[in-house]
Design a protein around this ligand. Structure first.
Ligand code: AMP
Ligand code: MG
Length: 521
């Protein structure tokens, strides 16, 4: 399948939305959809319209992202835009579908999950030439809702907005947030909560679970179509980079192994804990997707879990590479019938690709960590330096983000060693490590200033601290979105010192610590 050859089946039609409201803007709000997933056979998705909400009100429109998508942000940020972003008005040309998928959740297989509360409006071609899905999350029930209400509460919507946008600014592949809209309705969870809809933008919404859905039904034809579609959409150059003689399924497996290994290495670099790395939350594109009980490390602890339902620590910070590989094994299994006719041969070929994961991951992690340490060249023995450091951070309850930012200053001027060492319960633990680190730095040619500057582009001053997110959510629940706005603004530039907001770089005080996060579904 060649996306470049996609012809629009009908001319883009402007949509005049607003449900009878007066439209004061001179131009109608236009979204030019170019849908491809909706053209796959019927069993890939259910056609379903969003359910209208009572009183849509814009909380936030992401202006830079809207511009990237070729949309007029000011038009989105209007009562007319609110109608569209809440799903009350569906633009002409929209696909409006809920995608079918299955998934392994905490190791157990569910043959049918699917978009139970998300509706894919359609795809647009962004100004940078990329194809993006625009999806409404919390837009009402679909045939996949099971017992769910199809809705989202305000808190999780704000969390996903803050964290996904922060991840993008941190340079991590991720779905993004175009808008958050309050519905004017309540959703019932353990308590009654204000409802909201998030507009999610993604490279696509194909998951490992999408392949599992068809594999569970022995639907080889669908698997084959999905494979071709995924390759064309996400890895169009893979035929050149990878062995083009091998079949498409193997090539896709190689691409996804690489994308996921690289992604998880990026997570580890910034202390991100996804929290619910089920196969239905593992994107074929290699983007971070489905921000539920996610969190960021404060002090470094590889065993850390936050999610209230992750009892066994399956998705603990340091376990994420292993889980990613486990998820990829489930992915590989779905592809076996396409890889070779003979079962043993298919398994042999797939296993060989899966076994590349640790190598690709370690290489990606080495790149991430050596950049954090200010190294230019990469050497095998650097792994020891990194391992020794991490062990010292864990043993001394050192805040992961504050440490690396402080290390930038130490790289520039030894005088900053004192403040860096003070982060350790036993300051000598830093000094002992810093000596070999400095010897290693000396073997790279770089001025201390240039090194520190480069390190400040790798080691953020600001991350979405769990307690700050909670504070923003709590204020939002009271109708005060200023803390949310402040966080979003701050985290659009996580690598810049922003002295006026310096306190937002601080770890939580003991009574501010977030002990647990929740799925919030
Ligand atoms: P998640 O935990 O968000 O990855 O969702 C797992 C599955 O539950 C997916 O199929 C979701 O669509 C579905 N789901 C989650 N929340 C709801 C809800 N409020 N209503 C309907 N389906 C939901
Ligand atoms: Mg999910």
């Amino acid at each position: 399948m060649q996306f470049t050859q996609n012809k629009r089946t009908s001319p883009p039609s402007p949509c005049r939305a607003g449900g009878g409201m007066v439209n004061e803007s001179p131009m109608p709000l236009t979204i030019t959809f170019d849908n491809s997933y909706a053209r796959l056979p019927e069993r890939f998705a259910a056609r379903v319209a969003p359910t209208k909400v009572r009183e849509p009100r814009i909380i936030k429109v992401n202006y830079p992202l809207a511009e990237l998508l070729g949309l007029d942000p000011a038009q989105l940020d209007s009562p007319e835009g609110a109608q569209i972003l809440a799903g009350n008005v569906v633009s002409e040309g929209a696909a409006s579908i809920a995608l079918a998928y299955a998934g392994h959740q905490f190791g157990g297989f569910s043959p049918q999950l699917g978009d139970g509360r998300a509706i894919l409006l359609g795809e647009v071609l962004a100004t940078d030439g990329t194809r993006k899905d625009i999806q409404l999350k919390g837009a009402g029930p679909t045939p996949f809702s099971r017992r769910g209400d199809g809705r989202a509460a305000l808190g999780p919507v704000l969390r996903e907005y803050i964290v996904s946008e922060a991840m993008a600014a941190l340079g991590v592949p991720t779905t993004r947030s175009l808008a958050a809209v309050a519905t004017g309705e309540t959703v019932v969870r353990e308590q009654r909560l204000p409802g909201a809809v998030l507009t999610r933008v993604a490279a696509s919404h194909m998951r490992v679970g999408t392949f599992e859905f068809f594999a569970a039904r022995d639907d080889r034809e669908a698997l084959s179509m999905l494979t071709s579609y995924a390759l064309a959409r996400h890895y169009p150059l893979s035929a050149e980079k990878h062995d083009s003689a091998q079949n498409e399924a193997l090539r896709l497996l190689e691409c996804v192994v690489e994308a996921q290994a690289t992604l998880v290495a990026r997570w580890l670099g910034i202390g991100f804990v996804h929290g619910v790395m089920n196969t239905d939350n593992t994107a074929i594109s290699g983007e971070t997707i489905d921000y539920g009980p996610c969190a960021f490390l404060d002090e470094y602890d590889p065993n850390k879990t936050f999610s209230s339902i992750d009892h066994g620590g399956r998705y603990a910070f340091g376990n994420q590479p292993r889980v990613a590989q486990w998820n990829l094994a489930r992915f590989a299994e779905t592809l076996l019938p396409l890889i070779a006719d003979e079962e043993d041969e298919a398994a042999r070929l797939a296993t060989e690709r899966l076994q590349r994961f640790p190598g690709v991951f370690e290489a990606a992690r080495a790149r991430v960590m050596s950049a954090k340490l200010g190294l230019v060249s990469e050497r095998e023995e650097d792994a020891l330096l990194v391992a020794d450091l991490l062990q010292r951070l864990a043993a001394n309850d050192v805040d992961y983000t504050v440490f690396f930012r402080s290390l930038c200053a130490a790289a520039e001027d030894r005088a900053a060693d004192v403040q860096t060492a003070a982060l350790f319960t036993s300051p000598n633990a830093f000094h002992e490590w810093a000596a070999p680190w400095r010897r290693r730095l000396a073997s790279d040619e770089r001025t201390p200033q240039a090194r520190a500057q480069a390190m400040r582009r790798e080691n953020p001053a600001f991350i979405p601290r769990n307690h700050r997110i909670e504070q923003a959510i709590a204020a939002g629940g009271r109708g005060d979105f200023r803390p949310f706005e402040t966080l979003v603004r701050l985290l659009a530039r996580p690598f810049d010192d922003q002295p006026e907001l310096a306190e937002l770089a601080n770890p939580p005080l003991p009574d501010e610590r977030v002990q647990q996060t929740f799925c919030g579904t």
